[in-house]
Design a protein around this ligand. Sequence first.
Ligand code: GAF
Length: 394
Amino acid sequence: MTTEEMQKNIEKVFKERFGGEGTIYASAGRINLIGEHTDYNGGFVFPGAIDKVIMADIRPNGYEKVRVFSIDINQYAEFGLLEEDAPKESWARYIFGICREIQKRGGVVKGFDAVFAGNVPLGAGLSSSAALESCFAFALNDLFNGNKIDKFELAKIGQSTEHNYCGVNCGIMDQFASVFGREGNLMRLDCRSMEYEYFPFSPKGYSLVLVDSRVKHELADSPYNRRRESCERVAKALGVETLRDATMEALDKIKSDITAEDYFRAKYVIEEKQRVLDVCEALVRNDYETVGKKMYETHNGLSKDYEVSCEELDFLNDLARELGVTGSRIMGGGFGGCTINLVRNDLHNRFIEEVVARFNDRYGHEPKIYDVVISDGARKVKENGEEVKADKEL
Ligand code: GAF
């Protein structure tokens, strides 16, 4: 479903359920070119928002209750705004968490009615949850707080929602990308200083293609949190705040004091930190061969050292290499989801045909293919019946 069709449907369902119309907001899923599992280690990430969004029609209702309907799963939830009012539906906890985190920071949230839907594929590692959080955080800031909460705080409100209401100790990358995304630009974020820079990204002669293995990735209660714990243990053993401040020499010195598993987790993170910087430099030179080489190195590290791959993703990576794809790797938290591939234009169609056919032969289902379109992040889409123009200010 296109975003325009989805918007029409949301408006129709809102009218049927609640009557009239609200204000429409959207926020995006994300890709990440390189810099995986570096965010919670104070390192660098290099994401961009994509043209797949979560969109919501929202209107204050004058009560102290939130009434919300999810079109995609055809479920309705209703909850109050106190801590003890937490809904049991896991999808509604994202929205409840955003309300609570705004309130905890002294912001205002009153009751509202909402209908939402999305075209960010679920469980594909494209951060549908951050898109949902950012959409509501952005909306509630606009509706109840006169946009006084700054954009970084909105991203942190989403991250705290994951930590405190959804059981995932994630870093800041996904919410940052969803809130700050800008059409045609990737963003390099330093997760220690929180400085960021937009990088126009339209590689000549190449495109980014996502191959979704359709192995569902689920981060809650997952080994994701254990990866983070490993990193924190090693940082502590090294006497540094995060692995951002660690070097391979220092790590090798304490090798016998830590478990082999923790050693390899930290090794991956230290190497990945440098790869992001190398890729940014290579992009400035239009050196896509180096970008691609680093992507393969990341895959290797995520698979062998960080151990967040799975058979299907390794198969897709091997296949990309065999077909001459410039760069390919697991994207996002891992444990399923997509690979991101940097593909020369002359190879694009053949790559997709081969990947679909050979993955299907092996696993009995076709992977889904998405061409990446780098787009805007959180935004107001329609207000008082009028489409809102995108703000292109830096
Ligand atoms: C998930 C997390 F939510 C991010 O914070 C990040 O750690 C990512 O996995 C791995 O780079 O998407």
